[in-house]
Design a protein around this ligand. Structure first.
Ligand SMILES: *Cc1c(COP(=O)(O)O)cnc(C)c1O
Length: 388
């Protein structure tokens, strides 16, 4: 049946792509080896550094975020290397599975999936590794399955406090462009990101920002890598080109996205996301439901994962909301499947879109007969009014 009106794509990535970016992408394909291409190449390669807040090289792959996860590992590590990985949720778990498939040896710090990485546990694990067999610490900046962030600056402090030489690898696939991220200042060695979340682009691009220390590790790493190899990429990038065909039209979109983020101002973008997250939590609290993240300093500005009462099925609720309100919400992944639904409030998003989304959820809670109190949307509106 035809669904009138616009679809609300409120999953925590891909996020809705603004018209300005769609129009930037809708261009004739150009010759990626032609003389004019380097202008675009230089523009996106230097522009993306300002989003990562780095002066270091940022590699751009025509791939989903998972490819850039793999790239970060195969460029810096050797077969059998030990990693310290914090399982903050489903995405951290998937990264760990990928490391296993590559022949690496992850040592896990597990969590209850209700907050970020605990720097004290990282410090303790590194202190115990007196032989320095752990080669990298892997942390997810914004855990998209639970709506929790990890405090990356504190993770860096923990590594330094332990006096441990491990690299710090950070997945900011859903954080970049929505939550503050400071590659250089926080001492990150490899940051991994993707196009389809805070950067407001369609899926298809992913990134590795690379520190000096990661480049030095790269020179010694022996895991096989070809497509993902930084060296050839960075070498060609210096001239504004790529060693193989880049996703040309997505690069047009990326240039536009970088402009849009700076026109609004990165700090304003981050404040907007935080405010929408706070308004969302006000709604959840009024409904009498529970937010998955339990640590105040680690609430995600990107998405909110909401627990449904025992005996109710979050996926049935999402189906009702899709059918009646033309609104897509994120599902609970693996351990929390059916127990949580996820509200994406990231990317090109404003107060009215948030209120529409929350109204759809409140309708759904009623129609699906999920035990709750009304008034959540009103609570969010009150919060938005009081902070306008
Ligand atoms: C989306 C996401 C991924 C996976 O990225 P793909 O583009 O689907 O490969 C990995 N980590 C996090 C934190 C994500 O949000």
């Amino acid at each position: 049946m035809r669904q009138p009106g616009r679809h609300f794509l409120q999953i925590p990535g891909p996020s809705a792509v603004p018209d300005r970016i769609l129009q930037a992408i809708a261009m004739p394909v150009v010759d990626h080896r032609g003389p004019g291409f380097a202008d675009l190449g230089h523009r996106v390669l230097s522009g993306i550094k300002t989003i990562f807040k780095t002066v270091q090289p940022v590699v751009i792959y025509p791939a989903s975020g998972t490819g850039a996860w793999e790239a970060a590992l195969v460029n810096t590590l050797s077969p059998g290397d030990k990693l310290l990985m914090v399982e903050t949720g489903h995405f951290a778990y998937l990264w760990q599975q990928l490391a296993l498939k590559l022949g690496l040896e992850p040592q896990l710090i597990s969590t209850d999936w209700r907050g970020g990485a605990d720097p004290a546990l990282i410090e303790e694990a590194l202190r115990q590794d007196s032989s320095h067999s752990i080669k990298a610490v892997c942390v997810v900046h914004n855990e998209t399955s639970t709506g929790s962030t990890s405090q990356i600056a504190k993770v860096r402090e923990a590594i330094d406090a332990a006096g441990h030489p491990a690299l710090l690898l950070v997945d900011t696939i859903s954080g970049l462009g929505s939550a503050d991220f400071r590659f250089d200042e926080w001492g990150v060695d490899v940051a991994i990101s993707g196009s389809q979340k805070g950067l407001m682009l369609p899926p298809g691009l992913s990134f590795n920002a690379v520190s000096e220390k990661a480049l030095a590790a790269n020179a010694k790493a022996t895991l096989p890598n070809a497509y993902w190899q930084w060296r050839d990429m960075i070498e060609a990038n210096q001239r504004g080109y790529f060693p193989y065909t880049p996703a040309t039209n997505l690069l047009f979109g990326l240039a536009e996205a970088i402009d849009m983020l700076h026109e609004e101002g990165l700090d304003n973008v981050f404040a907007r996301h935080k405010r929408h997250a706070a308004a969302t939590r006000a709604a959840v609290e009024s409904w009498g439901l529970e937010v998955q993240c339990t640590v105040d300093e680690e609430f995600s500005p990107v998405l909110t994962a909401v627990r449904v009462p025992d005996g109710t099925d979050a996926d049935a609720l999402r189906s009702v909301i899709l059918e009646h309100c033309n609104t897509s919400l994120g599902n609970g992944l693996s351990k929390v499947q059916g127990k949580v639904f996820r509200i994406g409030h990231l990317g090109d998003f404003n107060d009215v879109m948030l209120l529409g989304t929350l109204a759809a959820i409140e309708m759904g809670l009623h129609l699906a007969q999920v035990p709750h109190q009304g008034g959540g949307t009103q609570a969010a509106l009150d919060y938005l009014k009081s902070t306008s």
